[in-house]
Write a protein that binds this ligand. Structure first.
Ligand code: SAH
Length: 392
């Protein structure tokens, strides 16, 4: 079956070159003529200026990204199509983390499913429909996910601000089943509890799971975890360190760090409700020292314009962390800001080390876990950097 009934969108020569080079996004400037009859969310046939078919895409009216690649071939974008993509996505996780029941099942474009994010927490799924195309197909996608995972509930966490760029209001709620209340899952030797409805993002930052566990291998002495959320890093540090201070600005998250520490019988975690920038400055003034520090702040730049301010923010916290470390101390430092690439992040660390007058070794460079694949042709899907440094 072909999709010849789908509306057609033509793209410029430049757009075709991009498309043929494998880039899955086509911007508005490369769509010509501007489709006037489309409302957004449609599957469209993409043609070059001569009218030759070059593929299928989701159409977006409001976004700067007008077309998002779906297929090179003229196939039906139907139930079977989405089912196959969901199965292919999960097949990767079956190989990447076969013993886990908590992982990212679908990582949007990187799993060839633009506008869809699915995190699995055992019997529960937490899902984001980020574009009109996935929003309009959410019942179908929920049916397929229920079928595939036999899940007890699907939580809709489409309360992301990026939806506004697509002309959609953020929204959240229970899409299928009954709200389970808080759910627990394991990371290495630690059990964490999160709330899929009221927690941040989809409930947890699963991209840092492997890095959390890795942190316990490095932790020693006096440890500090800044931007702690529910304690993903703090609890792992507590397995090896003498004492851990977890700094977090959200009171709700602070309460969860405390509860998670108790759940794991970790009595060496001290929770501080504070702005990490202030905490680092004040602690330095007090002359306190640490042996292990984790910095995992929220994104500091949502767009290119905010890049320089973001670099200043990263430099400030990294510089202070380096100053706070005893010689031989370990700094695990992350950035989830896509606009700050790995090279720029490394330059910033170099400059922080120079200002701190410390010699710093890179021990390991990491990214998100294997359940967050990166699409080679879409660098935007490579956003997380996590460096392990030793500060001499
Ligand atoms: N490290 C966490 C994820 C961090 S997300 C993990 O691995 O799971 C960023 C966290 O920083 C959020 O919980 C947010 O509430 C908190 N936060 C944001 N700004 C902050 C600030 N200025 N000081 C301290 N915490 C902050």
């Amino acid at each position: 079956m072909t999709t010849s009934t789908n509306p057609t969108v033509r793209i410029t020569r430049k757009g075709v070159d991009r498309w043929k080079a494998g880039h899955p996004w086509i911007y508005g400037a490369d769509v010509e003529p501007v489709p006037t009859s489309l409302a957004g969310g449609e599957v469209v046939r993409v043609e070059d200026q001569r009218g030759w078919f070059i593929g299928l895409a989701f159409y977006s009216k409001e976004s700067k990204i007008t077309l998002r690649w779906l297929s090179w071939e003229d196939v039906a974008i139907d139930r079977d199509f989405f089912k196959a993509r969901l199965l292919a996505a999960d097949a990767l996780r079956q190989r990447a983390c076969p013993d886990e029941t908590t992982y990212r099942v679908v990582h949007g474009e990187a799993d060839l499913l633009p506008g869809l994010v699915v995190d699995r927490f055992g019997d529960y799924l937490s899902v984001q429909f980020l574009h009109k195309a996935t929003e309009q197909r959410k019942e179908l996608l929920a049916d397929l996910l229920t079928e595939q995972f036999g899940c007890k509930a699907i939580i809709n966490r489409s309360d992301a601000n990026v939806r506004r760029l697509e002309g959609l209001e953020p929204e959240k709620g229970v899409l299928r089943g009954e709200f389970p209340g808080p759910v627990t899952y394991r990371e290495g030797h630690v059990t964490l509890e999160v709330d899929l409805l009221t927690g941040q993002k989809t409930g947890a930052f699963l991209d840092q799971r492997d890095n959390h566990v890795m942190a316990s291998e490095w932790a020693f002495g006096e440890a500090l975890d800044c931007f702690s959320y529910v304690g993903g890093f703090a609890l792992q540090l507590a397995l090896k360190a003498k004492q851990v201070t977890a700094v977090e600005i959200s009171d709700a998250a602070c309460a969860q760090i405390t509860a998670n520490a108790e759940r794991n019988k970790l009595t060496n975690v001290k929770v501080v409700s504070a702005n990490a920038f202030d905490f680092l400055r004040d602690t330095l003034d007090e002359g306190k020292k640490f042996d292990t520090i984790v910095l995992d702040p929220p994104s500091f730049a949502k767009n290119k314009g905010a890049l320089e301010a973001a670099i200043r923010g990263y430099k400030e916290i990294n510089l202070r962390a380096m100053q706070l470390l005893n010689p031989g101390g370990i700094l695990i430092t992350a950035s989830c800001t896509y606009h700050v690439g790995e090279e720029r992040f490394e330059e910033m660390l170099d400059s922080a080390a120079a200002d701190a007058k410390r010699r710093v070794q890179i021990v390991e460079k990491r990214g998100a876990g294997k359940d967050h694949p990166v699409l080679l042709s879409l660098r935007e899907t490579r956003y997380l950097k996590c460096f392990v440094l030793r500060v001499l």
